[in-house]
Design a protein around this ligand. Structure first.
Ligand SMILES: Nc1ncnc2c1ncn2[C@@H]1O[C@H](COP(=O)(O)OP(=O)(O)O)[C@@H](O)[C@H]1O
Ligand SMILES: [Mg+2]
Length: 270
């Protein structure tokens, strides 16, 4: 990566610390910068999950999907969540992102207790503080790649020049600038997921939530997408929570939280 690209990326990710500008954006393995992980001051905390519980009541009975989940994620941490199918991983991520409401407990992002907010404020918070990446990409097929990336910025009220500059910069960073005017359908799965990653970054969120983002990709492409997330975490200090089924990927994140039957089974520092 040249210094011009570095400048651009620093502009694209305000607040990021570019520890090693000599590294390539893709495939960086050395930058495991975790020097502030022992800080106990609250400003180092990106996410606090406090006694989070989710219960579904139905005529068939009560289903406890999450019970008293507690953990903290620090700024710049890349944390994976693994667990059997049906163990509550997606429910947990959707609660963290304010897409669903808990039965009990709190989610605090950058010091904001999100469920103390009104619904319209939660939507605003989600737009500003959270970047989502889904297994199925969730791109809008009727419009261009560039417009897809800009949608959260449009919602946030960014002016069109700022949006265009920032989305162009992200597309370049993710290596798909030549696809800006394509429709998503004309891109490969890996390229579509890069568009989704660019979209998740456009509002410079406090935290990126990725629910099995490599689940629809072949192994090689999945690894490339994962490596991008890893660089975003290690080099650009993005805070990322990743659900994955792949132990080969989860062990390459900073920390893994194992979920079973709606509870934290164990946590492993990788
Ligand atoms: N809206 C819902 N109503 C009732 N049960 C639900 C609902 N959403 C999810 N569940 C149940 O919650 C459990 C956890 O689901 P989920 O979080 O999707 O698991 P995972 O992502 O780990 O596979 C499953 O048993 C699922 O059937
Ligand atoms: Mg799931």
């Amino acid at each position: 990566m040249n210094s011009k690209q570095d400048d651009e990326i620093n502009k694209t990710f305000p607040g990021s610390h570019n520890y090693n500008s000599a590294n390539n954006l893709i495939g960086s393995d050395q930058n495991n910068n975790r020097d502030d992980f022992d800080d106990r001051d609250d400003s180092s905390i990106a996410l606090k999950v406090d006694n989070l519980s989710k219960v579904y009541d139905s005529p068939a009975g009560r289903l406890v999907v999450l019970r008293k989940i507690n953990f903290i994620i620090r700024k710049g941490e890349f944390v994976s969540i693994v667990g059997p199918s049906g163990s509550g991983k997606s429910t947990l991520l959707n609660l963290i992102g304010g897409l669903d409401k808990p039965s009990y407990g709190r989610v605090v992002i950058n010091g904001i207790d999100i469920f103390s907010l009104k619904d319209n404020e939660i939507a605003q918070m989600r737009n500003r503080l959270i970047g989502f990446i889904f297994q199925s990409f969730n791109l809008i097929s009727r419009t261009t790649v560039q417009k897809n990336v800009e949608i959260p910025a449009i919602i946030a009220g960014m002016d069109s020049k700022g949006r265009h500059e920032r989305s162009s910069s992200l597309l370049r960073t993710l290596g798909i600038e030549d696809k800006a005017l394509y429709r998503p359908i004309n891109l490969s799965g890996g390229q579509q997921q890069r568009v989704a990653i660019a979209r998740s970054l456009i509002n410079n969120p406090a935290i990126i939530l990725a629910d099995e983002p490599t689940g629809n990709l072949d192994t090689k492409t999945g690894k490339e997408v994962f490596d991008l997330l890893r660089v975003l975490a290690n080099k650009y200090r993005r805070t990322i929570v990743l659900i994955t089924h792949d132990p080969g990927l989860s062990e390459r994140t900073h920390r893994t939280i194992f979920i079973r039957d709606g509870m934290i089974e164990k946590e492993v520092i990788n």
